[in-house]
Design a protein around this ligand. Structure first.
Ligand SMILES: Nc1ncnc2c1ncn2[C@@H]1O[C@H](COP(=O)(O)OP(=O)(O)O)[C@@H](O)[C@H]1O
Ligand SMILES: Cc1cn([C@H]2C[C@H](O)[C@@H](COP(=O)(O)OP(=O)(O)O)O2)c(=O)[nH]c1=O
Length: 221
């Protein structure tokens, strides 16, 4: 039986996902979980990294349609799930992913306005019943997320969109996280140390629940 878990970090650009992936890894290690890999979407396989480059720099080539981006995201995801995520989970290696499927619903759906049913149909056709064991959504207001992005580096093609675009994505995330009890929300507007502590507290509660030590504790999450 598989004991490894698939944990996803979600949120706006600049919400702190990359940093949080490291935090989650440290917390898991402290709790005795030794074998862990971190991946990112889009990317983390040779083909997916090439596609990532196209997505992030498409203005250098030609205008890219939102539906093309949607298909490219799933192309990357299929490669990653098939070649990295599933084989590692099978070997009982835990996988932490910087973004996954919820990003597509929030960005291509909420942000770019592609119909949710179109994405759902594609999703079901492409990745079937594969879902994360836990999704940690880092909630941040667009004003703060954009400030962090601009300090970090030159914004990419998705990050150059205006603030309204990010409000739409955030609203979409807020709806999406409510849909499943396997989703945890963290207030990521706060100081980085407080964010880390909150992640630690919630992951440790979740770990206890997953190990069936405290079945009722899930209500606290
Ligand atoms: N809670 C926080 N408070 C202030 N700065 C933060 C916080 N979390 C992350 N950062 C900083 O914001 C930037 C973006 O963080 P990052 O982890 O790369 O976000 P993401 O992967 O979600 O785009 C980095 O410079 C990071 O150090
Ligand atoms: C996985 C995924 C990412 N994206 C976007 C979100 C990001 O703007 C971009 C990935 O860039 P990345 O630099 O990894 O994001 P972040 O700034 O959050 O670290 O791709 C989608 O639009 N749809 C998706 O399904």
């Amino acid at each position: 039986m598989r004991t490894s878990k698939f944990i996803v970090l979600e949120g706006l650009d600049g919400s702190g996902k990359t940093y949080a992936c490291m935090t989650v890894k440290k917390i898991l290690k402290k709790n005795g979980i030794k074998k862990i890999i971190i991946v990112r979407e889009p990317g983390s396989t040779p083909i997916a990294e090439k596609i990532r480059n196209i997505i992030k720099n498409f203005h250098n080539y030609e205008n890219i349609d939102k539906k093309t981006i949607l298909l490219l995201m799933y192309a990357c995801r299929i490669q990653l799930i098939k070649n990295i995520i599933k084989p590692n989970l099978k070997k009982n290696i835990w996988v932490i992913s910087d973004r996954h499927d919820m990003s597509t619903f929030a960005y291509q759906g909420g942000g770019f306005g592609i119909e949710e049913n179109t994405i759902k149909t594609l999703r079901n056709m492409m990745i079937g019943d594969f879902y994360p064991d836990l999704t940690i959504y880092l909630d941040v207001i667009p004003k703060i997320s954009l400030q962090r992005i601009f300090i970090r580096s030159q914004p990419d093609n998705i990050e150059i969109n205006n603030i309204d675009f990010f409000h739409k994505i955030r609203n979409s995330y807020l709806q999406l996280v409510k849909k499943n009890s396997k989703n945890i929300t963290i207030n990521a507007n706060l100081n980085i140390n407080i964010v880390q502590q909150d992640i630690k507290k919630k992951i440790e509660i979740w770990l206890k629940y997953e190990n069936n030590m405290e079945p009722m504790v899930k209500k606290v999450l």
